[in-house]
Design a protein around this ligand. Structure first.
Ligand code: ADP
Ligand code: MG
Length: 228
C-alpha cells in the first residue's frame, strides 16, 4: 500500500498587492513531506517562509494551488469544517507566542481541547499532562505575563500539541529567546517529533536547529528548493 504523505502541496501561488504593484511570493511551489518527517525551512528574511507556513497550516489561502493534509483536500473545505480540521490536525507555534495574556498557562494550553468540545475537566487534565511534558508543571496557574519568554514558548508548544496533531508547524519558535533557552525548546521539539511521530515543519534562522531536522529546504524565486 502506498502511504499518503502528511503534506502534499502543489502549485502554490501567493501574491500580495501593496500600493499599486503586485508581489508574487510563491510562484507555483510544490512541497511534499511524508508522515513523521522533520523539515527545516531556512533562508533570508522576506523570501516567503511565513507565507508558506501559514498556507500549510491553512491560516491563509493561496491564490491558486492545492493542499492535502493526510490526504484531505484542505481548501475544498467550508470554513466550519476547516476550523475543525485544523483543530484536530495542525498545531501551530508562532514566533511571538500569541497566547492570551489574561489567562493562565493551564487555560491557554487547554483552549484547543475546549474548542474541540471536551468538557472543562477533560481539557484541564489533558492540558496538565501536556504542560508537564514540556516541563511547566510548576507554573500551571501563572498568567502568561508572569512567565519568562522560554516558559511562554513552552506553553505555546503545549497548546499546539494538546490535540496530538499529526502535523506541527513552527514559525521561528526560538527567534526571540536567548541561545540556551532556544536550545532547550529545540530539544523539546525534536523529542516530541520522535515520541509522537508527528510531521514537523520549522522555519528557523538557527542553523543548529535546522541541522537537527531530517531535511533542510528554502524558498527561491517563489519555489521550494533543497538548501545547499
Ligand atoms: N499581508 C501582506 N501584504 C503585503 N505583503 C506581504 C504580506 N505578507 C507578507 N508580505 C510580503 O511578502 C514577503 C514574504 O514575507 P514572509 O513570508 O513574511 O517572509 P519571511 O517569513 O521569509 O521573512 C515580504 O516581502 C513581505 O513584505
Ligand atoms: Mg517570517
Amino acid at each position: 500500500m502506498v502511504e499518503v504523505p502528511c503534506i502534499e502541496a502543489k502549485g502554490l501561488v501567493r501574491r500580495f498587492t501593496a500600493d499599486d504593484h503586485t508581489l508574487t511570493i510563491l510562484s507555483g511551489l510544490d512541497f511534499t513531506a511524508p508522515a513523521g518527517q522533520s523539515v527545516a525551512v531556512v533562508g533570508a528574511s522576506g523570501i516567503g517562509k511565513s507565507t508558506l507556513l501559514h498556507i500549510l497550516g491553512a491560516l491563509d489561502k493561496p491564490d491558486s494551488g492545492e493542499l492535502h493534509i493526510n490526504g484531505q483536500d484542505v481548501f475544498a473545505m467550508q470554513d466550519a469544517q476547516l476550523s475543525r480540521f485544523r483543530n484536530r490536525n495542525v498545531g501551530f507555534v508562532f514566533q511571538f507566542h500569541h497566547l492570551l495574556p489574561g489567562f493562565t498557562a493551564l487555560e491557554n494550553a487547554a483552549m484547543p481541547a475546549r474548542i474541540s468540545g471536551l468538557n472543562a475537566k477533560q481539557a484541564k487534565e489533558k492540558a496538565e499532562a501536556m504542560l508537564e511534558r514540556v516541563g511547566m508543571s510548576h507554573r500551571l496557574n501563572h498568567r502568561i505575563g508572569e512567565l519568562s519568554g522560554g516558559e511562554q514558548q513552552r506553553v505555546a508548544v503545549a497548546r499546539a500539541l494538546i490535540m496530538d496533531p499529526p502535523l506541527l508547524l513552527a514559525d521561528e519558535p526560538t527567534g526571540n529567546l536567548d541561545v540556551k533557552t532556544g536550545a532547550l525548546i529545540h530539544e523539546l521539539l525534536c523529542e516530541l517529533n520522535q515520541e509522537k511521530k508527528m510531521t514537523m515543519v520549522v522555519v528557523t534562522h538557527n542553523m543548529q536547529l535546522a541541522e537537527m531536522m531530517q531535511r533542510q529546504v528554502t524558498v527561491s524565486e517563489g519555489k521550494l528548493i533543497l538548501e545547499q
